[in-house]
Design a protein around this ligand. Structure first.
Ligand code: SF4
Length: 378
């Protein structure tokens, strides 16, 4: 792979002027499209089974923070553009200690979009926000731990919900797609999720749900035994190129396969529930204020009575704070004892949509009060 120090900076000379004269300038803002890194540090260890993004060079390599900072500030100044789109498949975590604080402390008013891993902690997300990151793509993909495990994503369903909640608290826009159709996934992986989607209506909804495509360079492509032995080039290639099928199979990136995983009624229910989440989102809110003594939870979501709760006493308030992170039932029993009281409270909070539960873990879904409701209009 090319050493990152030898990756040249993009040349935008003439682009802003041409953009200004184009019809597109009436409805979109031009962006600086920049690249800090290539490859994927997660994929180096555990290649997500569906991902073909990095071709044959998964090795993660990034520009030095000094070099990338210089590139960013110089190009923004030269072209008078503050909207920045980072094309990196995944953010260099080292940038959290270097590039991002430098940008934050410099006072530049950037609006940055980037891709991250969905297990980033609240404090790390806050550092992104401080630097001007307004939109993230965290690769959430699904909310079932078993399905996430099948795709080797390295996160669980509750962690993904926590990401959506923390992004909501911090005013970050989240782009994500719900992926399904993984070999080995089952109806039982989805039904408990669908029941809980209405409780998540105030959190950033997915842009859509789709069956995974077979991508060249992905483990599913390279190892047919993983579940996709039959494949043929996606139909778009025959429309674009007048070539025999054998040659199309050599150049195609996307392939059609017989469907794997769920289908039929549960697939229809999933697509319906995804649409409902999206439709309910702009009318939904759920937030809390923690005064130390008590925690006030307020909200309104279709499918639930208006929420107006005051959590008091050390058991309730500590349990709520503990559920800021995904916790297993075992952990909670060890921490709080009181088996019956704990089980009753968790059931009560799950029924009233304050808690998401999946694969034996629990996490609360209530965002911090940040007075950002109008930003959730889509
Ligand atoms: S899906 Fe994202 S995290 Fe997974 S290997 Fe591909 S680029 Fe890396």
């Amino acid at each position: 792979p090319l050493d990152p120090s030898r990756i040249v900076a993009p040349d935008f000379d003439g682009y802003p002027e041409r953009f200004e004269r184009s019809a597109a300038s009436a409805w979109v803002e031009p962006k600086l499209v920049l690249e800090g890194a290539r490859g994927c540090w997660w994929g180096e260890k555990h290649h997500c089974t569906f991902c073909g993004l990095n071709g044959s060079f998964m090795t993660f390599r990034s520009k030095s923070p000094e070099r990338f900072h210089e590139e960013l500030v110089t190009l923004a100044g030269r072209h008078r553009m503050l909207d920045v789109y980072l094309v990196d498949n995944i953010l260099d975590m080292e940038y959290l200690r270097t590039l991002l604080p430098w940008i934050a402390d410099s006072g530049h008013d950037f609006r940055i979009q980037c891709e991250i891993k969905s297990n980033m902690r609240y404090e790390q997300l806050r550092e992104l926000v401080r630097a001007g990151v307004v939109q993230v793509q965290p690769g959430i993909e699904n909310l079932s731990s078993r399905v996430l495990d099948i795709m080797k994503k390295g996160v669980g369903g509750c962690q993904n919900v926590r990401m959506l909640r923390d992004a909501r608290s911090l005013g970050l826009t989240v782009m994500w797609n719900f992926l399904y159709g993984f070999p080995g996934e089952k109806e039982e992986d989805y039904l408990p999720l669908l029941d809980q989607f209405p409780a998540l209506a105030h959190l950033p909804p997915m842009d859509g749900a789709s069956r995974i495509a077979l991508e060249r360079f992905s483990p599913y492509f390279n190892v047919p035994e993983l579940g996709f032995p039959e494949r043929s080039p996606d139909e778009q290639y025959a429309i674009t190129y007048d070539l025999p099928p054998e040659e199309l199979a050599e150049l195609a990136y996307l392939f059609e396969t017989p469907p794997a995983g769920i289908g039929g009624q549960v697939e229809r229910e999933l697509l319906h529930a995804v649409g409902e989440w999206s439709r309910a989102h702009s009318r939904s809110w759920l937030k809390y204020v923690d005064s130390g003594e008590e925690i006030v939870v307020l909200g309104d979501r279709p499918g639930f009575p208006e929420t107006e709760l005051v959590l008091t006493g050390s058991f309730e308030t500590e349990l709520f704070r503990t559920l800021a992170r995904p916790r297993s039932a075992d952990y909670l029993r060890r921490r709080f004892g009181q088996d019956a009281k704990l089980a009753t409270k968790l059931d009560e909070w799950a029924a009233s949509g304050l808690v998401f539960t999946e694969s034996g873990e629990y996490v609360h879904v209530v965002a911090e009060d940040n007075n950002q409701e109008l930003l959730q209009l889509r």
